[in-house]
Design a protein around this ligand. Structure first.
Ligand code: DX5
Ligand code: ZN
Length: 213
C-alpha cells in the first residue's frame, strides 16, 4: 500500500508549519498530498497560494495535489510549477472532465479525478480509460480529522473490478479519516491518503508504518 501524507492538519493548526511539513522528507511516505481549497467548493480556504508554494518548496517527495476548487484552470496554472505526479480535480465541478484530463496530460501531469461521498462511480465510466488516478473521498471534502465513511469501501472494490475487467491503468486512491483501524477495509486502494493520523503524532514514520499492508 502506498501512503500519501496530507499536510492539511498541519496547515489548519498554523503552528510550526514549515518545520512539520519538512519533517515528512525524513519519512518513507510515497507522496506529499497537498489539499488546496478555495472557500467556494468547500467552506475553507487554504493559505494564499504563494505561501503554500513556499511552505512546500523544500519537499523532496513527489506531489499528489488535490484541488477542492471551482476554478480548476486557475489552480492548475498555479500549482503546475510543482510538477506533481498527479493533480486531482473534482468531478462535481468539472463540466467536461475530458478537457481537464487532456490539459493535465499535455502539461506532463498525471490526471486525477475525485468523487465526493455521495457521487457514484458510475458517473466516471466514460473517462476511466483516460484517467491516471481516481480519488474516492471517504469524508466530505473540506477539513482534516473527520470520521471515515464506510460508503467508500464498495466504490474501491467497484473501481478495482472495472480496472481488472477492462485493463484500465488508473491508480485508486482513498482520502479522508484513514487510520490503522480501517486500513484492512481499504485494501482495494493502491494509495491511501492520511493526514491527522500521521501528523498529529510526534513520530510520523511510526504512523506511516501502521498503514503499510
Ligand atoms: C479532506 C482532505 C483530506 C484530508 C485528510 O478534505 O481532502 O486529504 O485532509 O486528512 P485526514 O487523514 O485527517 O482525514
Ligand atoms: Zn485530499
Amino acid at each position: 500500500m502506498q501512503v500519501a501524507c496530507s499536510i492539511l492538519s498541519i496547515v489548519e493548526k498554523k503552528v510550526d508549519c514549515k518545520q512539520k511539513v519538512d519533517a515528512l522528507n525524513d519519512t518513507n511516505c510515497d507522496y506529499l498530498h497537498l489539499d488546496i481549497m478555495d472557500g467556494k467548493f468547500v467552506d475553507m480556504k487554504t493559505f494564499p497560494d504563494q505561501d503554500m508554494l513556499n511552505l512546500v518548496k523544500d519537499i523532496k517527495k513527489p506531489f499528489d495535489i488535490h484541488i477542492m476548487v471551482e476554478d480548476i484552470g486557475k489552480y492548475l496554472d498555479i500549482y503546475k510549477v510543482l510538477h506533481p505526479t498527479y493533480l486531482t480535480f473534482h468531478y462535481e465541478v468539472a463540466g467536461d472532465p475530458s478537457t481537464w484530463i487532456q490539459t493535465l496530460k499535455q502539461n506532463g501531469i498525471g490526471a486525477g479525478i475525485a468523487i465526493k461521498p455521495k457521487t457514484p462511480v458510475s458517473v466516471l465510466l466514460p473517462y476511466l480509460n483516460e484517467l491516471n488516478l481516481i480519488l474516492v473521498m471517504s469524508v466530505e471534502p473540506g477539513k482534516g480529522g473527520q470520521t471515515f465513511l464506510d460508503s467508500s469501501v464498495a466504490k474501491l472494490e467497484q473501481l478495482k473490478q472495472l480496472r481488472d475487467e477492462n485493463g484500465y491503468h488508473y491508480q485508486i486512491e482513498v482520502d479522508g479519516g484513514i487510520n490503522e483501524n480501517m486500513i484492512d477495509r481499504v485494501k482495494d486502494a493502491d494509495i491511501v491518503v492520511s493526514g491527522s493520523f500521521v501528523t498529529n503524532a510526534d513520530n510520523y514514520q511510526k504512523q506511516i508504518d501502521l498503514l503499510r499492508i
